[in-house]
Design a protein around this ligand. Structure first.
Ligand SMILES: Cc1cc2nc3c(=O)[nH]c(=O)nc-3n(C[C@H](O)[C@H](O)[C@H](O)COP(=O)(O)OP(=O)(O)OC[C@H]3O[C@@H](n4cnc5c(N)ncnc54)[C@H](O)[C@@H]3O)c2cc1C
Ligand code: SF4
Length: 506
């Protein structure tokens, strides 16, 4: 008996893309020779708080799960985090559980950018049924007017008055009560936010073997003559070393985790790997992209929130000096990574010194605090690198990016000053440094190994039987954030992978 487990397919990384791909391949794929159902393993580094029961519905029924869901946000996972940069939710479901629900579906320009960047053959027509799936699962729709606050309307009217084409930002939620507690960092206690829960449930009912608390150390890559072939993975569970083997391995460990796993497997550039190199590809861990943002805070002397939770937003897109900028308003919403928590506002530069005046400020500040953010998307810049230990390295003081964010800051200040009710304080300073969010492209798809790691069908250019998906394969940062692009590309990926590898006779 071999001392490893065998499957037909191993998916490494149970996040947004991993849950989607594993569940759909288990549902639709068959063994190409026998026609049998596939034995699929999904291996995730974090725990499985929400599973193990028929209905993954944290808002109903199971008290323990409900408590876990309400109180979890991605920051709590910093207690036992991945050592990677970026926000990595280390649990079954990945960032697909705690993302902000701002659901921008890729637009024509995104497809144009992807093709132009690396020569992928992706277009809107090929992605049609994937798009339909994602629109339905996430219930993508414009934020309804009843979710908009007075702050939202002040922003909308000032921007429209300046000639911008402002519309409600799309959301991915169903039956949302606008409690406002999920903006970007909390899981939804009512299952309203479109999330990995749907696909985790699908994985359960399609017999996917879900292996959690298991860090994939590396893909087993064997040299056979001149070829390199993936045979399975090594992973560590509760301190114990394990091996699993399968004729196909898909790595879906996100933008930071995917290149780390590939480099630990000996797959990457000579510069990074030295004598640990087994298969050379200079694009593993390179081209790190995403969007760069800056929020301009303001304090009003009126309540701009009212009785709304604050998940609605208006937004518009425009061209800045080096790329597209998206402007959107957040007024004072309760959210783990935004600015409007009381304990954050208590120490904000708008806050008076401690004393009666501070108490007076704290009485109402959560309803008077506004934020409009500019985000620079799909910029042409020098891009970054993910190192073998998952650190993001790029020039955080790139003068062109800072210039563009300064233009965004000035425009936002102008909009505040055009509002029917003007703020009493505005944080006017442009940023001196920036960081990228919604990170993508660290193992991108493209036409050849000269510019990418996998082809348009997600197959490694260099290692047979190895495939890669997740935000890492998106050829370039998007105009549409990252969650829906990642899910859309994953929904396209499972279709291609089933057609190419898990259909009778292929
Ligand atoms: C706070 C926050 C809010 C966001 N809000 C929005 C938003 O509103 N709109 C939007 O468009 N985008 C948003 N995003 C971005 C979006 O959620 C991500 O881009 C997307 O979910 C990435 O999906 P993924 O599959 O690439 O990675 P993930 O969902 O991160 O999945 C990667 C999985 O791999 C696992 N893993 C990593 N390494 C290993 C290993 N070695 N072994 C085993 N498992 C491993 C991780 O634990 C994780 O579960 C947000 C992100 C954050 C952090
Ligand atoms: S606002 Fe509340 S109900 Fe709506 S998706 Fe967020 S947490 Fe769920």
């Amino acid at each position: 008996m071999p001392d490893y487990d065998s499957y037909d397919l191993i998916v490494a990384g149970g996040g947004t893309a991993g849950c989607l791909i594993a569940s759909r391949i288990a549902e639709h794929g068959i063994h190409p020779k026998t026609g049998d159902r596939l034995r699929v393993a999904l291996i995730e580094g974090g725990p499985y708080f929400i599973g193990g029961q028929q209905e993954p519905r944290p808002g109903y029924g199971a008290t323990g799960r409900r408590q876990a869901i309400v109180n979890i946000n991605y920051q709590e996972f910093r207690a036992e985090p991945w050592p990677y940069d970026g926000h990595q939710n280390k649990m079954m479901g990945g960032c697909g559980l705690h993302w902000g629900g701002n659901a921008y579906h890729p637009i024509k320009e995104d497809f144009d950018h992807w093709r132009w960047e690396t020569g992928v053959d992706w277009d809107e027509e090929k992605f049609r049924s994937a798009s339909q799936e994602i629109r339905e699962v996430y219930n993508i729709h414009p934020a309804p007017e009843q979710n908009m606050t007075r702050g939202n309307f002040l922003f909308r009217d000032a921007a429209r008055g300046t000639g911008y084409n402002v519309g409600p930002a799309p959301v991915g939620r169903s039956n949302c009560i606008d409690c406002g507690y999920c903006g970007s960092g909390h899981l939804c206690k009512y299952d309203s936010k479109g999330s990995s829960l749907y696909y985790i449930h699908l994985a359960e009912i399609n017999g996917v073997k879900i292996i959690t608390d298991s860090e994939v150390e590396k893909v087993i890559i064997e040299k056979q003559g001149g070829r390199a072939v993936a045979k399975g993975v090594h992973y560590t569970r509760h301190g114990q070393h394990n091996e699993a083997r399968a004729p196909k391995v898909i790595v879906t460990c996100g933008t930071a985790g995917t290149p780390v796993v590939l480099m630990r497997s000996g797959y990457g550039s000579r510069e990074f790997l030295g004598d640990r190199l087994i298969v050379e590809n200079n694009n593993v861990g390179r081209h790190l992209d995403g969007d760069m943002g800056h929020g301009v805070n303001a304090l009003f002397d009126i309540d701009i929130k009212g009785d709304r939770g604050g998940v609605g937003r208006y937004f518009f897109r425009m061209m800045g000096s080096m790329g597209y900028q998206t402007l959107r308003i957040n007024d004072s919403k309760m959210s783990a990574v935004d600015e409007a928590y009381p304990h954050v506002l208590a120490l904000h530069r708008f806050a008076p010194d401690l004393g009666w005046e501070h108490k007076e400020y704290m009485r109402t500040v959560c309803r008077r605090f506004g934020n409009i953010s500019a985000s620079l998307a799909a910029a042409i810049w020098d891009k970054g690198v993910v190192t073998p230990i998952g650190k993001f390295v790029y020039n955080r003081e790139d003068a062109r990016v800072l210039k563009s964010l300064k233009e965004g800051t000035e425009l936002i200040v102008e909009l505040y000053e055009k509002m029917e009710v003007k703020p009493v304080k505005i944080d006017r300073k442009p940023p001196k440094r920036f960081h990228i969010g919604h990170q993508t492209s660290s193992c991108r798809a493209g036409e050849s190994r000269k510019n990418s790691v996998v082809n348009s069908d997600f197959e490694s250019h260099d290692v047979e039987n190895l495939l890669v998906a997740s935000a890492a394969v998106i050829p370039r940062g998007n105009l549409t954030s990252a969650h829906i692009p990642t899910s859309l590309v994953a929904a396209y990926a499972w279709r291609r992978i089933v057609a190419n590898h898990f259909t009778r006779g292929v």
